[in-house]
Write a protein that binds this ligand. Structure first.
Ligand SMILES: Cc1cc2nc3c(=O)[nH]c(=O)nc-3n(C[C@H](O)[C@H](O)[C@H](O)COP(=O)(O)O)c2cc1C
Length: 398
């Protein structure tokens, strides 16, 4: 477990304040009870009690968080994009044995990028002054893809477990693979960032479409366009998708508490997927310096950046994003394609983190991260437990 939460120096923190409502009254006055919400087409399809999906968050959580959310009646998710086969197998065994209710396993399906020597050379040139400042040797050799897309081999590994739900970012696997996953009963979800992507996902077999608004923390799931000008806020996207799709639509991006859930429901969403708000839970593996950033004054300033991996993702603005960003903070036309940008960035990150600095780390967070921090700040240590957060969010469904 990660621990830490906002108890490590973030204000305001009150000992034993679990039962205190906040200024907006959005937290019930006693530990949140398991409020049954009437089943809807999303909960009937996926089998969970509450229309709350805990967003998979690669690098920030494992099965601890997913299990806690499942136990509370939500859909817990395991991010698998960065897991080696043995680690994935161990996590799947644990979920299969211990999960109360259905769970979700999440993968990326990006096309592996070509290696572009000229772009790589320009990137290294841009990073060179930082290597000099930190007195580090620039790694030699080609960039390495640290995140692999979903393949038939991964499907082989999954098959004995037949996870109840599988979700994807950056599109879907091939039609043959989608058919195979569905043949053993898994339900398929994927993120859409535009109406066009939502229609594409439905046509290619998604049982549920996640409407990932521009507010969302982490990587944009965009896959039909690389133009950030196409990206839509959660409010507009949920309504556009709900109007045009037949499959259930899950709102993601900026939902941080019960009032956000109520808003998503009012817009016509069938459920919500929440990421940033779970980062401060004790069951998350969020790094201490990431937790600090989420509780700090700078949390109001988030931006999209392609500097850490090569794909746009939203995080708290730090020095790396400010200095390497081009026309807009965090975005650089010379960053190698996803996920190759990570190779030459990673040593800078490790070095800075060893000094206790998050100025070169991806501090993924959505635009409503401050709201999440305010909820967790009431807990003396370790943040609000994930089960309680899940039940709190569900109170917004009514
Ligand atoms: C730290 C972090 C890591 C993320 N990693 C993933 C991931 O591995 N797979 C994925 O499908 N989405 C990932 N996302 C995006 C979420 O699925 C979701 O779209 C987003 O968290 C919703 O917005 P919110 O953060 O404002 O709640 C991540 C988000 C965050 C904050």
């Amino acid at each position: 477990m990660g621990g830490g939460g906002c108890g490590g120096g973030c204000a305001p923190v009150h000992n034993g304040a679990m039962n205190q409502p906040d200024a907006t009254g959005s937290l019930p006055s006693s530990p949140v009870s398991h409020l049954p919400t009437p089943p809807n087409r999303l909960t009937r399809l996926l089998g969970m009690a509450l229309p709350i999906v805990q967003a998979p968050m690669a690098g920030s959580q494992g099965s601890d968080l997913a299990l806690a959310v499942c136990a509370a009646g939500g859909l817990g998710s395991l991010p698998a994009a960065t897991l080696a086969p043995a680690a994935l197998q161990a996590e799947l065994k644990r979920l299969q044995t211990e999960a109360r209710g259905p769970y979700n396993v999440n993968f990326f399906c990006h096309a592996p990028p070509p290696f572009e020597p000229a772009r790589e050379a320009r990137w290294q040139q841009l990073l060179a002054p930082l290597y000099d400042e930190m007195q580090l040797p620039m790694p030699t050799g080609p960039a390495v893809a640290a995140r692999a897309p979903f393949t038939a081999e991964v499907a082989d590994l999954l098959e004995p477990f037949r996870p109840p739900v599988l979700s994807f970012h950056f599109g879907l696997p091939s039609p043959a693979l989608v058919a195979r996953l569905k043949s053993w009963g898994s339900k398929i979800m994927s993120s859409a960032t535009t109406l066009e992507e939502g229609l594409w996902l439905q046509e290619h077999g998604a049982d549920v479409v996640i409407a990932q608004g521009l507010e969302a923390g982490g990587h944009r799931g965009m896959f039909l366009s690389t133009d950030l000008g196409t990206q839509v806020g959660t409010l507009a996207l949920v309504q556009q998708l709900r109007d045009q799709l037949q499959v259930p639509v899950v709102a993601a991006g900026g939902v941080a508490d019960a009032s956000g859930v109520a808003a998503a429901r009012a817009l016509g969403a069938d459920g919500v997927q929440v990421g940033t708000a779970y980062l401060l839970c004790p069951e998350s593996a969020t790094l201490p310096l990431h937790r600090e950033a989420l509780c700090g004054a700078g949390v109001h300033e988030t931006a999209l950046t392609n500097l850490f991996t090569g794909r746009p993702a939203r995080g708290v603005v730090n020095r790396f994003m400010r200095e390497l960003g081009g026309h807009s903070v965090g975005m650089c036309e010379h960053a190698p394609a996803f996920p190759l940008a990570t190779t030459h960035m990673a040593p800078l990150r490790s070095h800075a983190e060893a000094q206790g600095s998050g100025e070169f780390s991806p501090l993924w967070a959505g635009q409503n991260a401050a709201r999440s921090a305010a909820l967790h700040a009431r807990y003396a240590q370790g943040g609000m437990p994930a089960g309680e957060l899940t039940r709190l969010l569900a109170t917004g469904w009514g």
